[in-house]
Design a protein around this ligand. Sequence first.
Ligand code: ZN
Length: 437
Amino acid sequence: MFFQKDLETMPRAELEALQLQRLKRIVDYCYNNVPFYHERLNRAGVTSGDKIKTLSDVQYLPYTTKDDIRDNYPFQMLAQPMSKIVRIHASSGTTGKPTVGVYTQRDLDNWSDQVARVAVGGGATADDIIQISFGYGLFTGALGLHYGLEKLGATVIPASSGNTQKQLMMFRDFGVTGLVATPSYALYLSECMKEAGYPRSDYKLRIGLLGSESCTPEMRDQIEHNMQIFVSDNYGMTELGGPGVAGECELRCGLHFAEDHFLPEIIDSDTGEHKAPGEAGELVVTTLTREGMPVLRYRTKDITRLTYEPCACGRTHARMQKVMGRTDDMLIIKGVNVFPTQIESVLVGMEHVGPHYQLVVRKKNFMDTLEVKVELLSAELLEHFGELEALQRNIHDRLKSVLGLETKVTLVEPKTLERFQGKAKRILDLRNEPEQN
Ligand code: ZN
């Protein structure tokens, strides 16, 4: 099933010709309308789109970083007067000023198309009743999915996050067939569904369109098992307009990039060198159609790989592997690179432990230490000291073989770690705090 079949299955030669034409145009557009890019492109010596002869010439364009966008807060990177802007979003950002995203009417139309494609890829149809349990507001996730699903013709319930019992009540009373949420919130809802004790037949749920944070295959399996639904993953960020940049098809062998709207590249994040298809590195994306706030070569900090091999679903657009981690989420502990997703894949699916965990990094005698707090599924085990110890050792050994690192594993009582309704915050880095014992 497709939302825009002609575009989604366009032969690659045609698609690449379209991308080249749009890349030339966006270079001119940025040069002529955004002072920031005018200066950067002058410095790079690319003063006109005509200088771009092939798609790989994108490497001569300047990068854009999150700091660039912050430094030009709020509206200095706009390519259109405010009278043409119809929507402003912003990402929360943990520190400092948020990252702003602005949209013309055409940007909103394109965005909805992109989201509708992702939704159809994940199995949604016009017959679905879909509950959006993302927090509404400046965040692009909720309204992005909202408009995209409406464009598809699905019935949208703007539930927002929180008030779990009401979420479950709406599932049952409104005959909800699809859920939009972060993976961590979906997991929490799935646990609450089990506890609420209603028979599965009271729920019509069949699909989950989860996004806005990474979801390991193990976590996805757990959500699918608990809720008995089909879960698909999608990708996007405020700087690129929000969700709908890429999404899984029903085969779930990578996330198809909306390549008619975006030009993705993979680079070595240290040297800036281009990586070959299939090689892992940092994802860099140029927007090809955005009018309000186009970006050239945005450094996403997400680590992934791209494949251009045809997909059995019929889509010709490149596939991005699930994001392996972020260059800034990556913990460096005693010189070893650690991604939270690696730890999650060890924990999820192990007997006796739940999917909730927290990583605490400390400095002790000038050495980094990593404590992994793992929540037990049931309090019963707490009374069996021997089993508890064996479980702890088992987790420790598995982590050591996956990470190549000594960790301190602490088992904690059920439901004592914080639950998240938005993006999960699982890392507590105390290395800059005064030394503790
Ligand atoms: Zn596919």
